[in-house]
Design a protein around this ligand. Structure first.
Ligand SMILES: Nc1nc2c(ncn2[C@@H]2O[C@H](COP(=O)(O)OP(=O)(O)OP(=O)(O)O)[C@@H](O)[C@H]2O)c(=O)[nH]1
Ligand SMILES: [Mg+2]
Length: 456
């Protein structure tokens, strides 16, 4: 396919040592020829330079010097997009990057859409769709675990497992279609059994992939953990402790925090969005009422509740009520102010881990982090669990594949028309193919690549 030439600033906008402008497409070298002059008079023009070489020179726009740059020439197909590619490293900073970029556009390139370089890598067969998504996951990863999971996906682990499912389904379909050519013959019982066994294997493999959806969601989106409790128990102090810096205002005045505060944190390798809230109480004024309303709303949306109690005071009847009210969610009960004499007696709360901490001294915070991890991950996080962690799109496709496979198996079991089984298997194969992009529509690709940043 003839691809027009696209360009983008591939580095974040801001001040830095370098900025990189990326150009990809059949006209990339001609665009570069028009704006680049080698420093050495005898230096080659980009279109004449050997592949994978770097050249010092200057970018010029209408006879005017724009910046001194290093220009890299990469000939197809050994490039990120598999197209002719030029990368211009100029001085970091908004202005030089933007001026070089504008020069490149004036020389005939078009501004790239978000993710368009990666989309071309996919369309040109260098990556499958799951691997392309992993590129975005790598860029957005906020903890080492999230990064490790994304790297596995880029390496093709998910694609490989999806391929195994597809092969199983394909073999069954091929068998059934061969049988359909001889409608007068019945399917031998042994053949039927072995086809059913294969379908069951495929279903088990799909089920195993689906079982990683929770982890995948946690690693990509982060766990939402809301910090609840009555005023002044130390909720904001806990937020600051878990973040490792003072984010929220802490004061002895009850009702200090009036709005919800959200901050991303890294707890034992898991990305956790901590939400500090206004204290739970009968609110006096309208602002406080709104604060309490937002608190309850955050609790409803949260994956995990950190319920903070002041261990140096007896249990308040309101606390007892809140302990009951939020019993349905995974939670950790945090007994704060353990540096003071304990006066709290806890009613039995079966479904919660209980951690004594002092947000003043930091004591117990490490154990609390372990408890948080255990609540959201159910045990230790091991690297091999991260080999495959599907995203919401994969989950949707796998569920459709699962249903269609089950229907096909039912048709076989009841010895109904093989035509129907073949139809359902094709639906299943189509769904599985969406994951790696074999059967992806333009709309689907648009959705996937919209998530990317410009320049990737
Ligand atoms: N002794 C002791 N004091 C603490 C501890 N944690 C918090 N405090 C104190 O308790 C008071 C309230 O702390 P905050 O973190 O503001 O409490 P909060 O729950 O966010 O309060 P509101 O936002 O008003 O609902 C402050 O004076 C803190 O210094 C602790 O572990 N030990
Ligand atoms: Mg507070």
């Amino acid at each position: 396919m003839a691809a027009d030439t696209i360009a983008a600033i591939a580095t974040p906008l801001g001040e830095g040592g370098l900025a990189v402008i990326r150009i990809s497409g059949d006209g990339a070298f001609e665009v570069a020829d028009r704006c680049f002059r080698p420093a050495r008079r005898s230096g080659p023009r980009p279109s004449e330079a050997p592949t994978h070489t770097v050249h010092l020179g200057h970018v010029h726009h209408q006879g005017q010097l724009v910046d001194e740059v290093l220009l890299t020439v990469m000939r197809a197909p050994r490039t990120y997009t598999r197209e002719p590619t030029v990368e211009i490293a100029c001085h970091g900073g908004l202005l030089p990057a933007r001026r070089v970029f504008e020069t490149v556009l004036a020389a005939g390139a078009r501004a790239a859409e978000p993710g368009e370089f990666t989309k071309r890598a996919f369309l040109n067969g260098r990556l499958d769709l799951a691997q392309a998504e992993a590129v975005a996951d790598i860029i957005h990863a906020r903890t080492e675990l999230a990064l490790a999971a994304a790297e596995e996906q880029l390496a093709g682990k998910l694609s490989f497992r999806v391929g195994l499912v597809r092969d199983r389904l394909l073999r069954v379909l091929a068998h059934i279609e061969a049988q359909l050519d001889f409608p007068e013959d019945d399917l031998e019982p042994e053949t039927r059994d072995s086809l059913l066994r294969r379908l069951e294997e495929a279903q088990a493999a799909i089920g195993a992939l689906l079982a990683t959806a929770y982890q995948g969601r946690l690693l990509r989106r982060g766990v939402r953990a809301v910090i609840l409790g009555r005023p002044n128990v130390g909720k904001s102090s806990l937020l600051n402790q878990l973040l490792g810096h003072d984010r929220a205002i802490v004061s002895p005045v009850p009702g200090t925090t009036r709005d919800t505060i959200e901050e991303p944190a890294n707890i034992r390798g898991l990305p956790v969005v901590l939400i500090d809230t206004a204290g739970l109480r009968e609110a006096a004024d309208a602002i406080e009422q709104e604060g309490v309303r937002r608190t309850t709303q955050s609790a409803d949306r949260a994956d995990l509740i950190l319920h903070v109690l002041d261990a140096s005071a007896p249990l308040d009847p309101e606390d007892a009520r809140y302990l009951e009210a939020f019993g349905g969610k995974p939670r950790v009960i945090v007994l704060n102010k353990s540096d003071l004499a304990r006066r709290l007696e806890l009613p039995p709360a079966a479904s919660a881990a209980i951690c004594a901490v002092s947000c003043l001294t930091g004591e117990g915070i490490g154990a609390l982090e372990d408890a948080i991890r255990d609540r959201i991950w159910q045990g230790e996080v091991r690297a091999e669990m991260l080999e495959v962690t599907i995203n919401a799109r994969h989950q949707d496709a796998l569920r459709r594949a699962q249903t269609a496979t089950e229907t096909a198996a039912g048709t076989l079991r009841r010895q109904e028309s093989l035509e129907f089984a073949a139809l359902d298997l094709r639906v299943a194969l189509n769904a599985v193919g969406e994951i790696v992009g074999d059967t992806a529509t333009d709309d689907l690709l648009d959705v996937v690549f919209r998530e990317f940043c410009i320049g990737k």
